[in-house]
Ligand binder design. Structure first.
Ligand code: UN1
Length: 506
C-alpha cells in the first residue's frame, strides 16, 4: 500500500470528523478549506451569494418571531442538548480546529471545552435573565425592568478561535431568544460546518424553530446585508481593528447594535518582587502559545530594570527549547502560523523593531516542518529601548517586545501607551502594586490579571476591552444583556393618577 502523505492524512482526518458531526459540504465551488499544517488545499465547497444572505436573514427573522415566545428556561434545553453533543464530538471538532488553525491538540481540545462551558453557563442563565425593580416616587406604583429578545444576531468570527468565540455569542443569543446567522472566517469553513451541523441537530431534536441558526460561507461583499439590514438587531464581530472601524459605524448608522472584539496589544508588567519562575511560565504560554495568534496573546513585557536581563535570558532560553512542529505530534507546543501573509507581517515587524533600535534576542526564524507552503517560526523576543510605533501595533504572531521601567507609574504609563485595551497582567507579590494596577489609575484594559498571563480567560467573566478593542463584552458575567433589549415598566396599582416630578395637569 502506498504511504499516506501528510496531505492525505489531514484530508482523511477532516472527512472523518465532518462525517462524525453529520456535516455535509455545500456542493459547488468558490470556497476552499486549507490547512496551515502543510499549506495544502483540502476541500472545495460552494460560496454563498448575496441572495443566500438575503434569504438567510428572512428565515432567521421568521424563526426569531417564534423563538422569542418560547419561555427562556425551555430555550435552555437547546443549549443543554448542544453542550452534550459537543462533549460527544469533542475529539472530532478539535481535529478540525487543529487542521484549519494549526492549534496544538491540547489547545484545540481546550477550545471545544470552552464551548461546552458556555453552553452550561447559558443553560443556567436561561433561568436568570433577570431585571431589577426600583422604588417608584409615586404612591401605589411599581417600577421594574424586563429584558426581551433583541432579534436576529449576526456573528462574524475570526480564524483563530473558529468555534469558541462563535459559541460564546450563539449560546447566549439562543437562550436570550434571538436567532443567529454566522459568518465565519473564510479560513475555517470546516470547523464552522461541523459546529453548525451539530447545532442543527440539537435544534431538530429539541423542537426549536427550523432556521434558528444559519451558517453562511460568504465573503465580505456578499454578506454586507448582515451589516445593513434592519432585521439584524445585533452584529457581534471579532477581528481586526480595521474591520471593526468599518463594521461599527456602518451598523450604528442604522441604529443597530454592534458588539466588537478587536485587536489586543497585551502586556505584562514584571515587578521586582515577582515570582520569576511563575512569570516565565505565564509569559511563555501567553506569548508563544497558539503561535501568538490569540487576541489575548502577550505582545509586550514591561520589566523592572532589576529583573529585565535575567527575565529576557530565561525567556530566550525557554524559546530556544520550545518544540515547533506539526500540531498533531505529541510534544509540539508551537504549531504553524496561519499563512504566508502572517509570516511576512511578523518579519516586517521584526525589521521595523530593529530599525527603531530594538535588538532581536532570539527567534523569528522559519522552521522547516512540512514543506515550503507552511509557515512555522521560532517565537521571537525583541528588546526595545523605548516606545515606538511598531510596538503600538498588534502583530498577530509570536513576537514579544520587552521594555524596562524604574517606577510603577512609569510602567503603567508604558503599559497604557497603545491604542488597544484588551488584556493585561502584572507579576508582583506586592499587594500595593497589584491593587494599583487594578485600580482606576492602573491598566486601561477590559481584562486585568495578577500573577497570570494575559491569555486563557475563563468563560465566567465578561470578555472584551476598551478603546480600539471595540468596547464589546461577550461570554460571562452580564454580557447577555448585549443580546437583549430592555423595557422599563411603570405599573400603577392605585386608583389615582399622580404624575412624576410633581407635575399637576388639572
Ligand atoms: C480570542 O483570541 O479571540 O482568553 C479569544 C483566551 C481565550 C479566548 C481568546 N479564552 O485566550
Amino acid at each position: 500500500m502506498a504511504r499516506m502523505t501528510l496531505h492525505d492524512t489531514l484530508l482523511d482526518r477532516a472527512r472523518t470528523a465532518l462525517d462524525a458531526c453529520g456535516a455535509a459540504l455545500p456542493e459547488g465551488t468558490g470556497w476552499t478549506a486549507r490547512s496551515p499544517i502543510d499549506g495544502s488545499s483540502l476541500l472545495e465547497m460552494k460560496a454563498h451569494t448575496a441572495a443566500d444572505v438575503e434569504a438567510a436573514i428572512g428565515t432567521a427573522h421568521a424563526a426569531f418571531l417564534q423563538w422569542r415566545t418560547v419561555p427562556a428556561p425551555v430555550r435552555g434545553n437547546l443549549v443543554k442538548r448542544y453542550g452534550r453533543l459537543l462533549e460527544e464530538h469533542k475529539e472530532q471538532l478539535a481535529d478540525l480546529v487543529t487542521i484549519e488553525v494549526g492549534k496544538i491538540r491540547s489547545e484545540a481540545l481546550g477550545e471545544i471545552q470552552e464551548m461546552i462551558d458556555i453552553c452550561e453557563f447559558a443553560l443556567g442563565l436561561s433561568r436568570q435573565l433577570e431585571g431589577r425593580t426600583m422604588p417608584s416616587e409615586r404612591p401605589g406604583h411599581r417600577l421594574m425592568e424586563t429584558w426581551h429578545p433583541a432579534g436576529v444576531v449576526a456573528v462574524i468570527s475570526a480564524f483563530n478561535f473558529p468555534a469558541a468565540v462563535w459559541s460564546w455569542n450563539t449560546a447566549l443569543a439562543l437562550v436570550c431568544g434571538d436567532s443567529v446567522i454566522w459568518k465565519p472566517s473564510e479560513l475555517t469553513p470546516l470547523t464552522s460546518l461541523a459546529c453548525a451541523a451539530l447545532l442543527d441537530r440539537a435544534i431538530a431534536e429539541t423542537g426549536a424553530p427550523v432556521g434558528l441558526h444559519q451558517l453562511l460561507l460568504a465573503d465580505r461583499d456578499d454578506s454586507a446585508a448582515l451589516l445593513d439590514d434592519k432585521r439584524v438587531a445585533v452584529v457581534s464581530a471579532t477581528g481586526s481593528e480595521r474591520m471593526g472601524a468599518q463594521v461599527g459605524p456602518r451598523v450604528a448608522a442604522r441604529f443597530g447594535k454592534a458588539i466588537l472584539e478587536l485587536g489586543g496589544n497585551n502586556a505584562a508588567i514584571v515587578a521586582p518582587s515577582a515570582d520569576l519562575d511563575l512569570a516565565l511560565r505565564g509569559i511563555v504560554f501567553a506569548a508563544a502559545g497558539t503561535a501568538g495568534q490569540r487576541c489575548t496573546s502577550m505582545r509586550r513585557v514591561v520589566a523592572h530594570t532589576s529583573v529585565a536581563d535575567q527575565l529576557v535570558e530565561r525567556i530566550a532560553r525557554a524559546y530556544s527549547g520550545l518544540p515547533v512542529g506539526n500540531p498533531f505530534d505529541d510534544g509540539t507546543l508551537v504549531g504553524p502560523l496561519i499563512n504566508a501573509a502572517a509570516y511576512e507581517r511578523m518579519q516586517a515587524s521584526i525589521a521595523r523593531a530593529v530599525e527603531a533600535g530594538g535588538v532581536l534576542v532570539a527567534g523569528g526564524e522559519r522552521v522547516e516542518v512540512s514543506g515550503p507552503d507552511s509557515y512555522y517560526v521560532r517565537p521571537a523576543i525583541v528588546r526595545m529601548p523605548a516606545q515606538s510605533d511598531v510596538v503600538r501595533e498588534e502583530t498577530f504572531a509570536p513576537l514579544l517586545y520587552v521594555m524596562t521601567y524604574d517606577g510603577l507609574d512609569d510602567a503603567i504609563a508604558i503599559h497604557n501607551d497603545v491604542p488597544q485595551g484588551l488584556s493585561s497582567s502584572i507579576f508582583t507579590l506586592d499587594q500595593r502594586e497589584a491593587e494599583t494596577f487594578m485600580s482606576a489609575a492602573g491598566s486601561d484594559c477590559g481584562i486585568v490579571n495578577v500573577n497570570i498571563g494575559t491569555s486563557g480567560a475563563e468563560i465566567g467573566g465578561a470578555f472584551g476591552g476598551e478603546t480600539t478593542t471595540g468596547g464589546g463584552r461577550e461570554s460571562g458575567s452580564d454580557a447577555w444583556r448585549g443580546y437583549m433589549r430592555r423595557a422599563t415598566n411603570t405599573i400603577n396599582y392605585s386608583d389615582q393618577l399622580p404624575l412624576a416630578q410633581g407635575v399637576n395637569f388639572g
